[in-house]
Ligand binder design. Sequence first.
Ligand SMILES: NC(=O)c1ccc[n+]([C@@H]2O[C@H](COP(=O)([O-])OP(=O)(O)OC[C@H]3O[C@@H](n4cnc5c(N)ncnc54)[C@H](O)[C@@H]3O)[C@@H](O)[C@H]2O)c1
Length: 267
Amino acid sequence: MQKVLVTAGASGIGLEIVRAFSGAGATVAVVDIDAAALTKLQAGSPGVIAERCDLGELDQIESVVPRVIEALGGLDVLINNGGIAGQTAPVEQVSPAEWDRVMRVNLGGTFNVTRLAIPHLKKSPAGSIINMSSAAGRLGYPQRSAYAASKWGMVGFTKTLSMELGAFGIRANAILPGPVAGERMQRVLEARAAAVAAHWTKNVAAHWSTSRSRVSPNRVRSRRWRCSSRRTRQKPFRDRLLPSTATCTVRCRSSSRTPICESAVLS
Ligand SMILES: NC(=O)c1ccc[n+]([C@@H]2O[C@H](COP(=O)([O-])OP(=O)(O)OC[C@H]3O[C@@H](n4cnc5c(N)ncnc54)[C@H](O)[C@@H]3O)[C@@H](O)[C@H]2O)c1
């Protein structure tokens, strides 16, 4: 039975990932900052191990992550889903504290959870790390510089992991979703609408109400599994010495000819 750790899995995309793995019979642990959402998750899925943890706080990660991995009895799959949106503002107005917080949660959280997980993944017969980047990890994202920089960083981190860990049979992949329907995207849009001129609000709303670009969180999940496994097999990372590894960039709308980041179009 697969043992899976999902960060920020109490709601949104992470929750869909938890449901997918649980539905497939895996043992799943979730760490998330939202205690109420964790309680709700456990009420609906009593088998899920759930612990509160702020991914921006090193001491919390260092105490919680080893504990949940022990409760799982090992680790086969780590899903670094945690990532915050950060401030919506042009670079010169971004507060250094906000910038630091985004880096600390998105990159620092991913790094710290991963480094604690690797010794356990090395013991797995089929270890796998899946990092949640974003279309913003391939494109610029005006007014969201910290977020975009952190998501580009996730890609570099993932590629490096795939090269370091291939020799141990551990795969490392990144997912780069476009806009996903849900509360977060609503918040992102509202922040964007507030940050640009008032007349934009109407245009943005019109665009999004007609756009087919947003996908539901469970489609991110199903696309990911299909694309990742197929690409992992067909397109191994260039270094042939590491045939078991690949860095897979998945677009939610992989068949679409439109740009993968609608937000970039909007801005
Ligand atoms: N929603 C999208 O359109 C979209 C698009 C591309 C990439 N992503 C990425 O996918 C991932 C999940 O996105 P989502 O929309 O489901 O997110 P979300 O904003 O809905 O939040 C998901 C979970 O993260 C938790 N969380 C927030 N801050 C945390 C912290 N400091 N420590 C631990 N948990 C924390 C929340 O409590 C929540 O349960 C993120 O990395 C995000 O950047 C999302």
